[in-house]
Design a protein around this ligand. Structure first.
Ligand code: ADP
Ligand code: MG
Length: 303
């Protein structure tokens, strides 16, 4: 099992990130002290209930939005203390986006090939170079035979594959995908994940996928759960070995995230079951800690 917290050579570091949206007099706290570490060339997934802050986080990592407070580093860029000009450059060159709505990813009146070529034209690539790259990317997502079709003549899964080719056309080191399989059946979704893995191997791109889809979360090494604007749980894939004949069983080990100042989120069902509220008792045992309801049993009463 890889210990993702053992070294400090991360590609992405988020520390105590806050994002507060102000609408008139109302404040919405979308991220409240979020921590996240991502290694270079990692393929990982982020899950969480609707409204938990997943899209807000991707927008910040992609330079589309600024955090209200905290530290956000991507590569050697400090996305909090960065000029608007540098941020624009980062967004254009270093990040590829795939959105949930297929309509947001592709231009309907352009063919698949033209869609992939477009961002390269905007970046000033020569016609020869961009045609070569568009053909290469469409082949990488398995759509060479469909390159002259417009989006409306492609299936939902094929449209998302073109969207991935568009997002990676300019060879960014980071791919951010917000519910890329939200509108797809499970077979097409699994296929998209295989493509992510193969692109990760070929181009070394770091991939962060926001998803509810178990056909995706079951196939990445690490799944981070966001709850109420904080990273709450990390599930890390390990291989359990049974007896020699038995097949290796892939399992996930779940950890609660403890932040830099010692805060953690207790699982909601535990909190509900023990009716924990306001204050709790925390007792140190020899090699672990117990948490008791304020007025419930405590060690003194038991003894
Ligand atoms: P998720 O992607 O996990 O569903 P979001 O990041 O979209 O969550 O939203 C997190 C919270 O921030 C929600 O309460 C949402 O209503 C709020 N929010 C997101 N974007 C904006 C915005 N532009 N203005 C105001 N509130 C927003
Ligand atoms: Mg969202």
């Amino acid at each position: 099992m890889v210990d993702y917290r053992s070294k400090n050579d991360y590609y992405i570091t988020c520390e105590d990130v806050f994002k507060i949206y102000k609408i008139a007099d109302l404040e919405v706290v979308a991220l409240r002290g979020l921590d996240l570490l991502v290694r270079e060339k990692e393929v990982m997934a982020i899950v969480g209930a609707s409204g938990s802050g997943k899209t807000t986080l991707l927008n910040i990592l992609g330079g589309l939005d600024n955090p209200t407070a905290g530290k956000v580093m991507v590569g050697n860029r400090d996305l909090v203390n960065i000029s608007a000009r540098e941020l624009g450059k980062f967004r254009r060159k270093d990040v590829g986006f795939v959105w949930q709505q297929t309509g947001r990813n592709l231009i309907p009146y352009l063919t698949a090939f033209q869609n992939v070529e477009l961002p390269l034209t905007l970046l000033g690539w020569s016609p020869g170079k961009r045609r070569q790259r568009a053909a290469e990317m469409l082949e990488a997502v398995g759509l060479s035979s469909r390159m002259n079709h417009r989006p409306e003549r492609l299936s939902g899964g094929e449209q998302q594959r073109v969207a991935i080719a568009v997002a990676l056309a300019h060879n960014p080191p980071l791919l951010l995908a917000d519910e890329p399989t939200g509108e797809l059946d499970s077979h097409s979704a699994a296929n998209i994940l295989d493509i992510f893995h193969s692109l990760n191997e070929t181009y070394g791109v770091t991939i962060i996928i926001v998803t509810h889809d178990i056909s995706i979360t079951g196939k990445v090494d690490r799944v981070v759960t966001i709850r109420d604007g904080r990273t709450s749980i990390e599930s890390v894939r390990g291989i359990k070995r049974g007896d020699e004949q038995a097949e290796q069983v892939v399992s996930y080990e779940e950890f609660i995230v403890l932040d830099g100042v010692g805060r953690l989120q207790l699982p909601r069902e535990y909190v509900d079951k023990l009716k924990l509220k306001g204050r709790v008792r925390v007792l140190m045992e020899e090699d672990h800690i117990t948490v008791w309801p304020e007025k419930g049993n405590n060690r003194e009463k038991r003894e």
